[in-house]
Design a protein around this ligand. Structure first.
Ligand code: SF4
Length: 117
C-alpha cells in the first residue's frame, strides 16, 4: 500500500470538482483524494467528473492510454440526428397535427363531462 504523500493529495484535490457531494462513496473530495493517493480508490472514482481521472493518473504515476480519453472527451453527448434536418414547413405541419390531436382529446373529455352532468 502506498503511503499518502501530502503534495500528491493536494494535487489530486486541486484536480477534483470540489463539490463534496459524496457520490464517490467518500464524505468529501478531500477524503477521496487521500484514498486515491493511498491507492484505495480508483483515480476515475469521482462521479461528478470521472475525466479528471486521467489527470489524477498522471499525478500518481499511473499510465493510462490517452487516445481513448481524447476520443471520448470530444464525443457528443447526444447522437447526431441521422438524415437531413426537417424543414420548418414540415415541422409546422407536424406540430399542427399534434395540436389537432390534443384538441380532439380535450373535446372528448369535455363531452364526457357534459354527459355525466
Ligand atoms: S464524487 Fe467527486 S465531487 Fe463528489 S465528493 Fe467525490 S470526488 Fe468530490
Amino acid at each position: 500500500m502506498a503511503v499518502a504523500n501530502k503534495d500528491k493529495i493536494k494535487q489530486i484535490y486541486a484536480t477534483l470538482p470540489q463539490l463534496n457531494c459524496g457520490l464517490c462513496g467518500y464524505e468529501n473530495c478531500g477524503q477521496f483524494a487521500v484514498a486515491v493517493a493511498e491507492e484505495k480508490a480508483s483515480p476515475f472514482g469521482c462521479r461528478q467528473n470521472p475525466w479528471v481521472g486521467y489527470n489524477i493518473s498522471e499525478i500518481i504515476g499511473m499510465r493510462v492510454p490517452v487516445f481513448g480519453y481524447q476520443q471520448r472527451f470530444y464525443q457528443p453527448i447526444f447522437a447526431p440526428r441521422s438524415g437531413p434536418l426537417p424543414s420548418l414547413e414540415s415541422l409546422g405541419k407536424e406540430v399542427g397535427e399534434l395540436l389537432k390531436g390534443i384538441d380532439n382529446i380535450l373535446n372528448r373529455i369535455e363531452n364526457l363531462g357534459k354527459k355525466k352532468a
